[in-house]
Ligand binder design. Sequence first.
Ligand code: C2E
Ligand code: CA
Ligand code: CA
Length: 578
Amino acid sequence: MSENSTVLIVDDDPISRFTVKALLEQEKIYNLEFAENGEQGLKKALEIIPDVMLLDVMMPGIDGFEVCRRLRTHHHLAELPIVMVTTLDDRKSRLRGIEAGADDFMSKPFDQEELCARIRTITRLNRYRRLVETKEQLFNLANYDSLTKLPNRSLLTERLRQSIERATRSSQSVAVLALELDNFKTLNESLGHEIGDKILCEITQRLNNTISNGATVSHFSADEFVIIFDTENAVKDINEIAPALLANIQKQMTIDDYEMVVTACIGISVFPNDAEDSGDLLKHAELALSRAKSSDKNSYQFFTSEMNEVALERLKLENKLRKVLKQDELRVYYQPQIELSNGKLIGMEALVRWQNPEWGLVSPAKFVPIAEETGLIIDIGEWVLRTACKQNKAWQRAGHSPTRVSVNLSSRQFQIPNLLEVIKDALDESELEPKYLELELTESVLLEDSIDKKNSIFSTLSELQTMGVKIAIDDFGTGYSSLSYLKRFPVNTLKIDRSFVKDVCTNNDDAAITSAIIAMAHSLRLSIVAEGVEDADQLAFLKKRECEVIQGYYFSRPLSTGDMTKKFEKIGRQAIFQ
Ligand code: C2E
Ligand code: CA
Ligand code: CA
């Protein structure tokens, strides 16, 4: 916007127009525009949206009063400041002018000082109004979510602080409800962000309709809302409101042409019982929320101090996990894989363990998920890979029968751009031949949504396979089981998950699935490994279905490097298991 204000002069008298021009031009701060009658004035006002209009009352055609009236009903120009020009001391005209909506009056003939003063005052007021509006807009931007118009995280935190102060004085409670939609990410990705936005607006309306006056509903982050209210009886009020919120959200909604059901979970904390300040209250509500989410869809959960202990415990674990490589606390165990037809050791799976000085040997089931969440698995996985390659080569150098080592790769490791180099480097460094390395990945890696990522994973796997490295699909059957990828991706081996093998002799479904997976692997010419084989019955079942390779406690648990070395020595050069 230019600094100069635009003044539109509407007057049929050329001499008047000339005079105004001469008088105002001396101030050098106005852009002057002219119109010769009411109709032209209206048209021009719409075109240029002036800062102020100097409007003659007496004009042929539409007179000044009518121009004024019409402007006031126009939604862009209703607020345009109008200085009406009447003949000297015409009180009646001024009264009519006020009724028509004029802001100020001048009389002809113009007095230079008066004209300039009046225009100056009006443009100053204009500037002031603009400043206020800008400040208001800035305030709104900083405190409200632009999509839902709800208070944002910053304003919510401020209101929560105020509520806590009030509650402290009046010995009341404050309820904090953190609400997250269960399936929003999927909806957003599959239906598009435009529909996602509409869903959020619909949810906003439902929340507002359920909540009583005095409560604050805020839009906290993408799919999380936080609701706070003062209460005398927290537990009773929350037990009414939380189910009502969930029930309302869950009602079917139609957005554009899509019918859908959205559900949510709620985590709850209460001042002063659960925490003293706004930060901890919110943190605890979110802890309760994550508990609710992991327990059930469409559920709510109060914070308990035990949750805090779990969270603290986890934090401790996370912090220790960060130091695990530097302090050399990781170990690799090796679990033999036996070829069924001849009892020969043909491979072993490398399984990581954490030798913690305080807790002893920690199972990967306990720390791998955390390492994946925090990204630590990238370094840990690389260490396991290098260690397993080196160790396998060491056994070969010691003269033991050469076998393949299988290393688990987390999907997080496929997110780093140099995975291929890391693997090549581990092979170079250890001098292990690529055919003695197998990589185990889960189905989720191959089901990557984005085409770019899919292509890059495809080319990584292809190059590995060309080098001679084997690719196995781990936990097969538990994932999405979209079988089409098996034909497209370079894969050598399927590993039947332990959960199927476990009940293969007692559960008909598991028996059917296991048989089907084995038959399919045969027809696709993939080799097949059954995991978790613990007893002779399971073994007999798998043998009958011609499953090639067995891994499980029946033959051996995962062994430390030392124990595996002893095993190699015991089975001798033929590597035949008994
Ligand atoms: P997984 O890849 O499915 O590994 C097989 C798991 O089944 C191992 O558990 C193994 O000890 C166990 N198992 C083998 N045979 C039997 C059996 O007969 N009965 C029973 N009950 N269990 C058997 P572990 O070593 O605790 O590993 C658990 C999971 O941790 C692994 O499952 C894998 O997903 C993950 N993991 C282990 N090491 C690594 C690693 O280096 N990198 C990554 N990314 N994940 C790893
Ligand atoms: Ca595995
Ligand atoms: Ca597995």
